[in-house]
Design a protein around this ligand. Structure first.
Ligand code: PHE
Length: 495
């Protein structure tokens, strides 16, 4: 670039202006782009000004070149034929031999169209005694002038026949600028502490800012499809007036995860095979005493209209620390807070989206660690109709408006419903959630009055993400199988 700049400045010094930059003999290795870069750089220092000229012109293709030299296929074909009666007519085979297969067939077709030749017996003879080879003439004109006097239509025609192609040329007229000098002064790009200290800033030349420069593209971060989808679901909850529950506690006590939810201590979900238990520490701090006693009592002996499980209560089981198996553990903390809040009960709508852990072997649709979308609504006299109504509104916002509800069983809800959505891609009904109305055995020990009903539900985040992003294997969403490129290029899901 420096060499090119020198060349430009020296030439300007000698000639005053450079009419046509194409007259410059660029240093070896310098490209046209380098020349433009040199010009732009000098212009940014006001050392020169330049104007850009652009021209489009046409050149011959290899085939065009051949026709310009040897004549068009039809002219060459006409040339080799005898005048009628003055020689042996040539057959197609003869022509192919003389001219080659391509020239014979194209030439034969065009010569007929031009009425230059005629059939005579099995062969062909000349019909006219002289011809005008316009194709060749036109090509010679393009070759010498880059264009055709006949205009665009004729040019297009030759281009369509692949005899010519378009070329672009760009050149510059260069003139001295207000800061012209023969040598390039080094431009400072930074005002440094040293320059201030030495006073050299007073005489230094500073490079102008180039506000037109496009920044180098940065490798930005990208939201993982799962997080993208989580954000969308979160927004749906927020626009429906829900508040987010704090879900940072991956480790829970069995009490909050199971007992508070009236899950019997003998329930299979609490087995080692289904739940991850902590070994160090292995037990939790005790929950509030009066609440704990009330929960133990309803399990063992019943109350609030229930006969309980009538099985011995184990403090040890309740104190075991686990990785939470569902975010309903968080809901139970929050519901208890709502039930005992100062100033009495206020209606609440809460949600959370966070990780849960289950001792499961993983496969294409199962993970041992996945996300749950959880919600609870607490208010006076809510009914199953409210739950169904909520589900319809909520899922419609995700684009799922064909739902079915199926009776189900949860230890902590009655009635309970599984929610199915029609997945048109597979033509199947997919289970997308589990829900219900929390039982009095769970709510009343927490301190809820009888007329306060609480709806709850839990969904997986991964399954709908898979559907939205068309992932076949759930394991490509998390863990070592995540494809970073796929993540970076994933579209932003719009529900
Ligand atoms: N906890 C349930 C699950 O993990 C979901 C659920 C939450 C069901 C709240 C009912 C009420 O599947």
């Amino acid at each position: 670039m420096e060499e090119t700049q020198d060349l430009i400045l020296r030439t300007l010094d000698e000639q005053g202006t450079i009419e046509d930059s194409r007259s410059l003999v660029l240093p070896t290795g310098a490209s046209r782009d380098d020349a433009l870069a040199a010009l732009s750089s000098l212009k940014s220092r006001d050392m020169i000004t330049f104007t850009t000229h652009k021209r489009e012109f046409h050149v011959l293709t290899a085939e065009g070149e051949q026709i310009a030299r040897e004549g068009s296929h039809e002219a060459r074909l006409w040339n080799v034929l005898p005048v009628k009666g003055q020689g042996q007519p040539l057959s197609m085979k003869d022509l192919q031999q003389k001219l080659g297969a391509d020239s014979a067939s194209i030439g034969h077709r065009n010569a007929f169209k031009n009425k230059w030749i005629v059939k005579d017996g099995d062969g062909f003879v000349k019909l006219v005694s002289s011809i005008q080879d316009t194709t060749k003439d036109l090509l010679l004109e393009v070759e010498s002038s880059g264009t055709l006097a006949a205009g665009k239509k004729a040019l297009d025609e030759l281009q369509k026949r692949k005899l010519i192609t378009i070329k672009k040329d760009q050149w510059y007229t260069v003139e001295k600028g207000p800061e012209f000098s023969v040598s390039v002064i080094k431009m400072e790009t930074d005002l440094t502490a040293e320059m201030l200290a030495s006073g050299s800033w007073k005489t230094a030349s500073f490079k102008k800012y180039n506000f037109d420069a496009l920044g180098a593209p940065t490798m930005g971060g990208a939201l993982h499809p799962l997080l993208n989808f989580r954000e969308e679901v979160r927004n749906i909850f927020l626009e429906m007036g829900f508040a987010e529950m704090p879900t940072a506690s991956f480790v829970e006590s069995s009490f909050w995860c199971f007992d508070a939810l009236f899950v019997p201590q003998q329930h299979p979900a609490r087995d080692l095979q289904d739940t991850f238990y902590l070994s160090d520490p292995s037990t939790s701090l005790p929950p509030p005493k009066s609440y704990y006693d009330a929960v133990a009592k309803v399990h063992e002996h019943g109350g609030y209209g229930s006969i309980g499980y009538r099985a011995p209560w184990s403090d040890e089981d309740a104190s075991k620390l686990i990785l939470r198996t569902h975010t309903t553990a968080t809901s139970s903390h929050l519901l208890r807070e709502i039930a005992t809040q100062k100033g009495g009960f206020k209606p609440a709508k809460l949600f959370s989206i966070d990780r849960v852990f289950r001792n499961e072997s993983t496969d294409a649709t199962h993970l041992a660690e996945f996300h749950q979308v959880e919600g609870v609504v607490a208010d006076k006299n809510l009914t199953l109709g409210d739950l169904i109504g909520f589900m319809k509104t909520f899922f419609a916002k995700m684009g799922l408006d064909n739902l079915r509800f199926k009776p189900a069983y949860n230890p902590y809800t009655e009635p309970s419903m599984e929610i199915f959505a029609y997945h048109s891609a597979s033509g199947k009904w997919l289970e997308i959630g589990n829900s219900g109305m929390f039982r009095p055995e769970m709510l009343e020990p927490m301190g809820f009055p009888k007329d306060i009903h609480v709806l709850g539900w839990g969904l997986s985040l991964e399954r709908p993400t898979m559907i939205k992003y068309k992932y076949k294997d759930i394991r490509t969403l998390v863990g070592h199988r995540v494809n970073i490129k796929q993540v970076a290029e994933a579209f932003a899901v719009r529900l």
